[in-house]
Write a new protein. Structure first.
Lengths: 447, 501
């Protein structure tokens, strides 16, 4: 099956119309020594065979629909209204390219404009772009913007920023003269005293995450003030679902706020595709990476939409572009737009509250287990770090939980070797009270 | 014809709900008791308040204001807008793929790890490269990854700072090189549209880290001297990076690994049929030779016996460019596509793409000059320069094509062709569609001579007339602002071609 409609007879006729006798003469520009032998790829399959193969492979995974998962750590499974899939799977949404021809792409362009507006509202920021790849690369792009605009060379990033974001930043900086300094934490949050000491007038930006990788709420306002005191930018990486209840980055003076937005209407899909949300202030508008949709008029004066400020972008500015990004995550941005329009202001607030309450309930109940204690004494949203005693290795406990149908918390030692007994737990609206109660029973039996 | 109608914000009615959350089953806690006051949001986000059916109708109608591959011929050059099989959507949506958490232990995700491992091997087989990373999220991020690998490779020997890029290259090439701290030196194309070997030799200094080339290039021409070019670079200790955006011309026909290419990115949303989604998600896996494998991003999927696992460390790795493992949902679709087509189907796809392109070129050649005329691969470029005499530009013709029911080819690219129209029909279009398109383009050329105003004023059959891009850039309006007290400050004006009541 190759989905190519022209029959062999038609192809022969077409070759004659081209004026060649055979396909081989058509590719005479490819030197004979470079002609490929038959590819080492299995023969094609019929649709029913591909379905069987897909189901077999998928069946060898334990989907979150079969286990009760307390995994978060940068990837959060949330409810997805049926309508999101029903609408987004329309071919008119799924199969166009980037909307270069505005007049034939008004649907996508208006949806991006609505998306930009909703993200601005949720973040309380002036400007949102049409999306970047994911949360991690958005942190890197934010730092690059800060380097460009301040013409400074030092980046301060809290060690409580997701390690994937910090690693991506490091990779993006290969070949650059900029340096990164990590700011330590105390009791689960960024050490403001250490941050203060690291701040000098060569600091381009300070990067914090809210809630941070341990689930703790950071003193964003104070950190932002410190950054601004030396003329640096303050970059916040946030969790969109939390913004139904938590201070939005615009309210605490973030210059750039980014997020992993997959949680808004798209499934975890083993960590990708993601949806990089990128917002900033009006002052930095012309330095924004990636695409922007704008509202304008057509020849008849009617409202119309188009991609705009494209002189920032690679296809015009080439090596002087604000970023090399071209394809972004348009389809996930559309899903997020539909998701946010369905939830509305009240839905977002209630969703955040459900997360807060469920996590709080689970955290309280987990205190009943004598070998488990909270790692930090800090307010949290829907995720928190636990400390197991030495007799209960995190991985061993997780194996017991897996046998009982749970995916236990993430063993933090993998990212923070200094926390060998740290376990990161996330409780979203998808987890029922009954599941939490059953978890406690299982943990009690672990002894 | 309709216009796309009001914004979702203008449909907002205070108190309407589009989704009802389940009731809480744990003790309710006022947020103010659970969180410090200074962490609490003061003003709720001003999101629309609409009913479910409002949203359904809004986003359905909006979708109808789009051209798409499913609805229209979409011959956008270098973008490979081929049919996106529905089967692949079905596979990617299986809960065992869509609802996996990236931190589940390896024992719970053997199926997806096997799929990713097999996909790497399939891409190796197709390209002749030794190893792949699937992590980059799109072609440009693949380029960036490749350039970081090039930098890491040279740093171990002697740092080099120049990347050579032909003047016909995609804009992402120089942007990615600059983002990696390299200086870009442009290599002019020769009179045949291919890399000029003399010019290349002149620019090939000891400081050159790599040549980034696209093969077939953006004119749709195969770089027939590719082996000589690669040898020249290698003699100087430099690498050859291939932008694999045009790989749809090469499946089963020629392998970059055999050409002397050291590393390349593939665009799975082009060659391997994953949907473009109105601008992503894509996937831009990077393939390398054995010598460069150690620099690939981490984590990498490994097979030991019959078991699969992630290896998170690598001594020489460039690190990571994306959270977790990249756009896995896209990778699943591409895997399903490759398994469906198989060895013969992939080869037939490229063969048909090349015949379709040459057939369309032959049909257009009488009306439009082809500047670098040779048999093309999967795409070709015509120039509309003669129409300038009638005051009609390539951009005008592109807009007029929309009126004929075809999306426009890529315009004004590559930059080395004046008034360029870059046409890539792909293999999934029928001869009948190609005939219709050719007829439309010839008709427009006729209109340009006899009624140029008609072409200049196009399009007229879309939901909007030609959009004022200058105003959009001069007076940026990038988000909706509701006026206080009104739900809809920007109601469609009476002249709008609205089909909304």
């Amino acid at each position: 099956m190759d989905y190519a409609p022209n029959t062999d007879a038609q192809l022969q006729e077409m070759l004659r119309a081209i004026g060649v006798g055979s396909f081989e003469s058509l590719i005479s520009t490819v030197p004979a020594e470079l002609h490929a032998r038959a590819l080492e790829v299995p023969s094609g399959l019929a649709e029913s065979e591909v379905i069987a193969l897909g189901e077999e492979l998928a069946g060898r995974n334990r989907a979150l629909t079969e286990v009760v998962s307390f995994l978060g750590a940068g990837c959060y499974a949330h409810l997805i209204p049926t309508v999101v899939d029903a609408l987004a799977s329309r071919g008119e949404w799924l199969t166009p390219y980037t909307p270069y021809q505005a007049e034939a792409s008004q649907g996508t362009l208006q949806a991006i404009y609505e998306f930009q507006t909703m993200v601005c509202e949720l973040f309380q920021m002036d400007v949102a772009n049409a999306s970047l790849y994911d949360g991690a690369s958005s942190v890197a792009e934010a730092a690059l913007l800060a380097l460009r605009t301040t013409e400074r060379s030092r980046i301060l990033v809290s060690e409580a920023v997701h390690p994937h974001a910090r690693e991506t930043l490091a990779t993006y900086l290969i070949g650059s003269t900029a340096t990164v300094q990590e700011i330590p934490t105390v009791n689960g949050v960024t050490d403001l005293e250490a941050l203060g000491k690291a701040l000098r007038d060569d600091v381009a930006c300070v990067i914090l995450q809210q809630p941070n990788v341990f689930g703790c709420l950071e003193p964003m306002g104070q950190a932002g003030e410190l950054a601004h005191r030396v003329g640096g930018l303050f970059i916040a990486s946030v969790y969109p679902i939390s913004l139904g209840l938590l201070q939005p980055p615009g309210a605490y003076g973030a210059d750039i706020a980014v997020a992993e937005g997959r949680c808004l209407g798209s499934p975890p899909a083993y960590g990708g595709p993601g949806l990089g949300l990128f917002t900033t202030t009006s002052a930095l508008l012309r330095k924004v990476p990636g695409r922007l949709a704008g509202c304008t008029v057509d020849q008849a004066g009617r409202r119309a939409f188009t991609l705009t400020l494209q002189t920032r972008e690679q296809h015009i500015r080439r090596e002087r572009a604000t970023s090399n990004i071209c394809t972004n995550e348009g389809w996930l941005a559309l899903r997020a737009t539909i998701f946010l329009s369905l939830l509305g202001p009240r839905g977002m607030q209630e969703l955040a509250r459900l997360n807060l309450e469920k996590a709080r309930y689970a955290r309280e109940r987990l205190r009943e287990i004598p070998w488990i204690s909270p790692a930090f004494d800090q307010p949290v949203f829907n995720e928190f770090t636990l400390q197991f005693d030495a007799a209960h290795p995190v991985e061993a406990v997780n194996r017991r939980l897996a046998a009982a149908g749970f995916a236990g918390g993430f063993p933090l030692a993998e990212w923070y070797p200094a926390m060998p007994q740290g376990s990161l737990w996330c409780v979203t609206e998808l987890i029922s009270k009954a599941s939490i109660d059953r978890l406690i029973e299982v943990l009690k039996r672990v002894g | 014809m309709s216009m796309s109608g009001p914004l979702i914000f203008e449909r907002s009615v205070p108190g309407r709900r589009g989704y009802v959350l389940p009731p809480g089953d744990v003790p309710a806690v006022p947020a103010a008791d659970a969180l410090p006051e200074d962490q609490l949001r003061a003003i709720p986000p001003r999101l629309p308040e609409v009913a479910e059916f409002d949203a359904v109708r809004h986003y359905t109608r909006l979708s109808q204001a789009n051209f798409s591959v499913d609805t229209h011929f979409y011959p956008l050059g270098s973008c490979t807008m081929k049919y996106n099989p529905k089967l692949n959507e079905r596979i990617a949506a299986l809960p065992g793929f869509a609802w996996l958490h990236p931190l589940q232990p390896a024992s719970q995700v053997q199926g997806i790890l096997q799929l990713l491992h097999e996909l790497e091997q399939l891409l190796c087989a197709v390209t002749g490269m030794a190893a792949f990373t699937l992590q980059p999220a799109a072609g440009a991020q693949g380029e960036l990854t490749g350039l970081k690998i090039i930098a890491a490779y040279h740093r171990r020997r002697r740092a080099r700072s120049t990347i050579l890029i032909p003047d016909s290259a995609h804009g992402t090439n120089p942007a990615s090189a600059a983002l990696s701290g390299f200086t870009v030196v442009q290599v002019k194309s020769g009179p045949d549209g291919l890399i000029d070997l003399q010019e290349l030799r002149r620019k090939l200094t000891k400081d050159v880290a790599a040549l980034m080339l696209t093969n077939p290039n953006t004119l749709g021409l195969f770089e027939r001297e590719i082996k000589t070019i690669a040898a020249l670079l290698h003699e100087q200790g430099a690498l050859v990076y291939m932008d694999g955006a045009n790989m749809n011309a090469l499946l089963g026909i020629s392998r970059p690994g055999d050409m002397g290419v050291d590393l390349l990115q593939l665009n799975l949303h082009k060659t391997f049929s994953t949907p473009h989604g109105g601008g992503g998600p894509g996937a831009g896996p990077v393939g390398v030779t054995k010598a460069l494998e150690e620099f690939l991003p981490v984590p990498r999927v490994r097979k030991t016996g019959a078991r699969f696992r992630w290896e998170t460390r690598g001594r020489a790795t460039v690190g990571r460019v994306h959270g977790f493992y990249g756009n896995v949902g896209v990778l699943v679709r591409a895997y399903a596509y490759i398994r469906t087509l198989g060895r013969e189907g992939l080869a037939r796809a490229s063969r048909t793409a090349i015949i379709n392109a040459n057939y369309l070129k032959a049909k257009l050649q009488e009306a439009f000059p082809v500047p670098f005329d040779d048999h093309c691969m999967h795409e070709f470029v015509v120039t509309l320069k003669p129409l300038l005499a009638h005051g009609v530009s390539a951009g005008d013709v592109a807009k007029r094509l929309l009126d004929y029911g075809h999306y426009a080819p890529t315009v004004y690219f590559p930059l080395i062709v004046e008034e360029a129209l870059m046409i890539e029909p792909t293999e999934t279009e029928s001869r009948e569609t190609l005939d219709e398109f050719a007829k439309a383009l010839v008709a427009i050329a006729h209109e340009a001579q006899h009624n140029p105003e008609l072409v200049r004023r196009a399009p007229q059959r879309m939901v909007v007339d030609r959009v004022d891009e200058v105003k959009a850039a001069r007076e940026p309006n990038l988000r909706y602002h509701a006026s206080p007290g009104t739900a809809s400050a920007l109601h469609a004006s009476p002249g709008d071609r609205s089909i909304f009541p």
